[in-house]
Ligand binder design. Sequence first.
Ligand code: PLP
Length: 412
Amino acid sequence: MRAGGQAIVAGGAAVCAGSSLPAVASSRPKVKGVDYYQKLGVTPFINAAGTYTLLTASIMPDEVQAAVALAALRPVNLKELHEAAGQYLAKQLHCEAALITAGAAAALTVGTAACVTAGADPAILSIPTDMNGLKSEVIVQKSHRYGYDHAIRNCGVRFVEVETLDQYEQAFNEHTVMTHFFNAGEEHISREDWLRVAHKHGIPCFNDAAADVPPISNLWNYTQMGFDLVTFSGGKGLRGPQCTGLLLGKKDLIEAAKKNNSPNSNTIGRGLKVAKEEIVGLVAAVDWFLAQDDAAMEADYRKRAERIAGQLKSIPTVETQIFIPPVANHVPHLLVTYDQSRVKITGAEVMKKMREGTPRIEVNPSTGGPAASAGLPGGSNTVVVGVWMMQPGEDLVVGKRLREILQGAVGS
Ligand SMILES: *Cc1c(COP(=O)(O)O)cnc(C)c1O
């Protein structure tokens, strides 16, 4: 937060340079922030896990924190800000229209609401309890039912499951309002077939790609492929505020989503408010992300994983492998496996010891158990280290601690 704090002070002058408003920050006493984690007794940790919601997902880069701090200095009209941010993002991300939501899950809700209420404004008030006369069936592959179903069901719709292309063709009827695709889900029906069949029936397709950057180009790949609505989480790979998301897509649907969203009262999205600081934060995060380079990011993460692996070399039976999940969290992870008859500790115990040490370290939740996110391996003798959310230098701390724990568990 230090960088953000400095920006408040430095930015006080900057924000006024082009406006007729008097300076704000420079006329205020300079305050030193209180460390509320310390005051509240909440212990931060080294993130060797990845972008998990429970673990607060990501840290905003300095540029983003600075933009958030500046935005906090001035009131603006929330609709004007949403409008301007949406237009800017649509241009940057090569799609027709964009809306900043309170996370990808919120985008699923207001995007579905858009499909249900498009062209029938009174329905905005009546969903989800009064669905009379509204289309309410969402077609989805059985393997794409997941932990975010509820965000869609909030709109009063029900899922119709299909497993084959043939079943999919047959599932459309006068109640069909949308089809839903989980981008990192198992691909029984391809994206191309999914879109072709839905569009033949004139039905919009939603693609949930929440955790699916990098690569950077995914931010436009799916809208350009033809998906009518696409969402990305703002607080995962994009490293914006955790409570933001992107809803990208067709102009008419994004307009309908806006009507169902905060700041409009008496809508399904009113409780999914995004504040000015968060809107600006996500725009700044997108700018930051677009300035990155896929190959450079991957090389950096690989180096971190290799440095950790290097520290584990001498431990009997320990093997390391760098693994890149195919779609979600598509970045190098370090997989550490060992023979439990020699290294006498379970992955779950390693995770606990890492968590309880000083400093506290959180390894990937796939460690010692089932896969914690699509495409990641797990297993009782496996430690999964997510390196991409570490701060510079933390890989050395993680490697050293992991070596201590594994070496300490070596039996005869
Ligand atoms: C994380 C995630 C979400 C939710 O994203 P938020 O921005 O936290 O609301 C939705 N869908 C998938 C597939 C995710 O991985």
